[in-house]
Structure formats: structure tokens, C-alpha cells
Ligand binder design. Structure first.
Ligand code: UDX
Ligand code: UDX
Length: 464
């Protein structure tokens, strides 16, 4: 079959894999290839056990793989053969040198740019899909401009807004697709090529274009705004716990103002995931770099509140359980950073588990998708950690349960049965406000939600 367009993506991760699968699915006449330096990842994409868990993704892969979607290890050959190249390699926070702990580590990006340059025999459109600090496109262009002869590169910024767990839905029905380019003739032409790809399934009015710097910055700011909402509601949850207010009632009342909106107002143990913290710290670094210290401090406080919320949760566990956790068994329900994913990157569960272990608690972790990743995250810890898939078996013999991920299945658990299996007094810390607190209290649990009064039988005894 002769394909209309040939598209390559470098980086077969959470972003590259699903977003290319969607293009292949919506455009059967395009050939889409995804490459990665990690051979094992490519093997998994070519197997029945995909490297990431994402509802609905396996169906799309089944329909496209081997027809117009290919996963390959030969990066150099694929660069030669494709003229539209998405780059979706990771951009972690720098761990060394200037900007360590804040700035993005762009070594993979630069390496990828050089690889594209060295293997290009024809002109290409290079599209940044990774979230990057503003002006990264400029750095990439400086490398690509070294090209000799007739080979020219147009660099576009097309940030991805998909959220994990809903990637397929988000890709199929995005709120918007953003494409940034240079305001030049060739920039506009390149932009149009990309618009045509998305226009196959995204309504025209949702495809927005901008200059390249606005596109880069918009992605950082979108994530910073979302994270800021989570920190805002979490900061108020602390106040609710000191007063008789209920965070769910406050969030509902505030969110019904159409100017505010109701989404992203769920209080909990804080945000995790590979993007929020990294992108905010990136923004903070950029602001400091440009001498905007007040702006940098403002955004940094979003991360500080996130850390504060996790410490509050641990202190609450410690305080409620008579200030000692040594030798006590604590069952963690949910290790993923959010429901419907096996991803544990920056999951609050990592920090919380480590803190519990430092108090010499024994930790039993249960999660329907994330146990493999949890074991990797906790590889170096000292102390007793067990991984038990079945929540009933995990909770059996425990002094406390801490719910750390909003998996739907936790709403449906038989807490009467669980209560019987636990050591008394049984404690239940709902870090995501997902269960029926009153019901669990009536069963006999001492229940500690986020941002709501605790329901404790022990208080009643003390007050009497
Ligand atoms: C990553 C970034 O973290 C995010 O900021 C960006 O928006 C998109 O890319 P994600 O897809 O979740 O997000 O990262 P990850 O799952 O780690 O995938 C990146 C892939 O790139 C990995 O499979 C890695 O092996 C690959 N890679 C990395 C290359 O193929 N070449 C490199 O030089 C470096
Ligand atoms: C986020 C952005 O939503 C997405 O647009 C971007 O492309 C990548 O980063 P993701 O990290 O997959 O996506 O998950 P998201 O649904 O945004 O949740 C992030 C974190 O915030 C999770 O830990 C979640 O539990 C937490 N959260 C979210 C809350 O604590 N309360 C809320 O009300 C919403």
C-alpha cells in the first residue's frame, strides 16, 4: 500500500505511544512508526503485554499494529525514511549542576536533535511533543541549522495535554490541539501540514495555532494552573479539619460558580505524576532566570503546599495511632499516582510509604495495576514491605488502612468483611475521600478523611 504521509515519533513512552496510536487509528492511509532507544520498551509495544496500562489502548493497537503502526528499534533508518518527526523523549528534572532539582534536563533532547541532523538527507518537520522549557525550540533549531545543502528543518511545538488513565479519550476528543510555529512562510506551511493531520478527527475550531514560544509556555502554564487548583483546595482542607467545615461541601459550593468550575477540586494527599511538579519547577526556574523572583515564589508555593499536605497526612496517622507506629501493620490501598494507571512516578504513595517505614511500621501494599512499579520505587528501602494484590488479604491482620489512590474498586469493597479481619481498634485513613465515611464509622472503624471531621470511637470514649 502507498501511504499518503509517513510519520515518525522518537520516544515510545506514555505520551509517544498512545498519541501515535491515535494518529494511526484515525488516519489509516498514514504510516506511523515509533522508535525508542529502549529496546525492551519496543519489544513490549510489539507484544501482547503493552508497556503501559491505559484503558482502551490495547483495542486501538490491535486494529493498527502491523498495518499502519509500527514499533521499531532502528532509529537512524527511520529518521532517514520519515519527513514528519515527533519528538517525545523524556525531559526529567536536572539532578546535577546549574538548576539541579528545578530546571529540565535537556540532554536527551539535544542528543535527539543531533541524531536527526546526522541522519537527514531530506527536509523535515520536527515537532516537539515533550513538555519543555520555553525557548527549547530555539536550541533545537540552532543544532538543526547546521544542516548542509538543501536540507531544511521546520520546528513546531505541539504540546500534548492528555492525562494518564484517560489518554485514549483525551486523544480522541481533545479540549484543544495547540500548534506553535514561527510566523514565517515555511513555518506556516509546516503548521498547516500538522493541522491537516489533526483535522482528520478534531473539529477545526479546536485546533488552535500560535507562535512557537506561546505554545511552549502554554503547556507549562496549563499544568501549573491545574496543580494550583489541587494545592488551593488542599490548603483549605487543612482549615476545614480545624473547623467544622467539610471540604466536599466547600468545593461544591465554590465550584458551582461557573467562573471557577467544578473540576480539579478534589482534596486529597496531593498531586503526583510525571508532569505537575516537574513543570512547575521548570516554570519557577524560568521566572528566577529572568529575575522575576516574586512570580517564581508564587508558583513554588504550589509545590510546597503539596509537600505539606503529604506531611499532614502522615502526622495525622501518627497522632491518631497514639504517636507510635513501630511494629504496627499498615495496609496501603493504592500506589499509583491516580486511578486507572499503573504509573507511580512522583506518586504521593512513595513518600508516605517511606515515612511510615521510617517510623518502623510494617507496610502491606495493594494496587490493581501498580505493584510492579511500586516494588521498583521501593527497591532500596529498609524495613518490612509486602505486595499483595487482593485488598482483603492485604488488610488482614493490619492495624490501619490508608487509601492513597482513588481507584473505583475501593468504593465497592466490603468494609464489614475487612473490619473483621483487622486488629482493633481499626483505623481507616481515606487520603482520597473515596469511601462512605459514616458507613465505615458505623461498622466500627475510626475514620479519618481529608478536610472533614474525623469519625472516631476513641474520641467518644475520651470525651465521656
Ligand atoms: C515524556 C516527558 O516526561 C514529558 O515531559 C513529555 O511531555 C513527553 O515525554 P512520557 O512519555 O511520559 O513523557 O515519558 P516516558 O514514558 O519516560 O517516555 C520517554 C521515552 O523516550 C522513553 O521510552 C525513553 O526510552 C525514550 N528516549 C529517551 C529515547 O527514545 N531517546 C532518548 O534519547 C531518550
Ligand atoms: C496532567 C494533566 O492533566 C495533563 O493535561 C497533562 O498533559 C499531563 O499532566 P496527569 O498527570 O496524567 O495529567 O493526571 P491528572 O489527572 O492531571 O492528575 C494529576 C494529579 O493530581 C494526580 O495525582 C491526581 O490524583 C491529582 N488530583 C487531580 C487531585 O488530587 N485532585 C483533583 O481534583 C484532581
Amino acid at each position: 500500500m502507498k501511504f499518503q504521509k509517513k510519520i515518525l515519533c522518537i520516544g515510545a513512552g506514555y505520551v509517544g505511544g498512545p498519541s501515535m496510536a491515535m494518529i494511526a487509528y484515525k488516519c489509516p492511509d498514514y504510516k506511523v512508526t515509533v522508535v525508542d532507544i529502549n529496546d525492551e520498551r519496543i519489544n513490549r509495544w510489539n507484544s501482547n503485554e503493552l508497556p503501559i496500562y491505559e484503558p482502551g489502548l490495547d483495542k486501538i493497537i490491535k486494529k493498527t499494529r502491523g498495518k499502519n503502526l509500527f514499533f521499531s528499534k532502528d532509529i537512524e533508518k527511520q529518521i532517514k525514511e520519515n519527513d514528519i518527526i515527533f519528538v517525545s523523549v523524556n525531559t526529567p528534572t536536572k539532578t546535577f549542576g546549574t538548576g539541579a532539582g528545578m530546571a529540565a534536563d535537556l540532554q536527551y533532547w539535544e542528543k535527539t536533535a543531533r541524531q536527526i541532523l546526522e541522519n537527514s538527507q531530506s527536509s523535515k518537520i520536527v515537532i516537539e511533543k515533550s513538555t519543555l522549557p520555553v525557548k527549547t525550540a530555539a536550541a533545537m533549531e540552532k543544532i538543526l541549522m547546521l544542516a548542509k545543502g538543501k536540507v531544511k528543518f521546520d520546528v513546531l511545538s505541539n504540546p500534548e495535554f492528555l492525562a494518564e488513565g484517560t489518554a485514549v479519550k483525551d486523544l480522541e476528543n481533545p479540549d484543544r490541539v495547540l500548534i506553535g510555529s514561527h510566523e514565517t512562510k515555511s513555518g506556516w506551511r509546516a503548521r498547516q501540514t500538522l493541522v491537516e493531520i489533526y483535522a482528520r478527527w478534531v473539529p477545526q475550531e479546536k485546533i488552535i495555532t500560535s507562535n512557537i514560544w506561546s505554545a511552549e509556555l502554554s503547556k507549562l502554564v496549563a499544568n501549573a494552573f491545574l496543580a494550583q487548583r489541587v494545592s488551593s483546595i488542599n490548603s483549605i482542607s487543612a482549615l476545614c479539619e480545624k473547623t467544622d467545615a467539610d471540604i466536599s461541601e466547600v468545593a461544591k459550593a465554590v465550584g458551582m460558580d461557573s467562573r471557577v468550575g467544578s473540576k480539579f477540586l478534589n482534596a486529597g494527599i496531593g498531586f503526583g505524576g510525571s508532569c505537575f511538579k516537574k513543570d512547575i519547577l521548570n516554570l519557577v526556574y524560568l521566572c528566577s532566570y529572568y529575575g522575576l523572583q516574586e512570580v517564581a515564589d508564587y508558583w513554588e508555593s504550589v509545590v510546597k503546599i503539596n509537600e505539606y499536605q503529604q506531611d499532614r497526612f502522615i502526622n495525622n496517622i501518627l497522632g491518631s495511632m497514639f504517636n507510635t507506629l513501630a511494629g504496627k501493620k499498615i495496609c496501603i490501598l493504592g500506589f499509583a499516582f491516580k486511578a486507572n494507571t499503573g504509573d507511580t512516578r512522583e506518586s504521593p504513595a512513595i513518600y508516605i510509604t517511606r515515612k511510615l517505614l521510617s517510623e518502623h511500621a510494617e507496610v502491606i501494599i495493594s494496587d490493581p495495576q501498580a505493584l510492579k512499579n511500586a516494588a521498583i520505587d521501593l527497591e532500596d528501602v529498609k524495613g518490612s514491605v509486602k505486595y499483595v494484590q487482593d485488598p482483603y488479604r492485604a488488610a488482614s491482620g493490619c492495624h490501619a488502612i490508608a487509601i492513597l489512590t482513588d481507584w473505583d474498586l475501593y468504593r465497592k469493597l466490603d468494609f464489614r468483611k475487612i473490619f473483621k479481619l483487622m486488629v482493633k481498634p481499626a483505623f481507616l485513613f481515606d487520603g482520597r475521600n473515596v469511601i462512605d465515611h459514616k458507613k465505615c464509622f458505623n461498622i466500627g472503624f475510626n475514620v479519618y478523611p481529608i478536610g472533614k471531621p474525623a469519625l472516631s470511637h476513641l474520641n467518644i470514649i475520651q470525651n465521656d
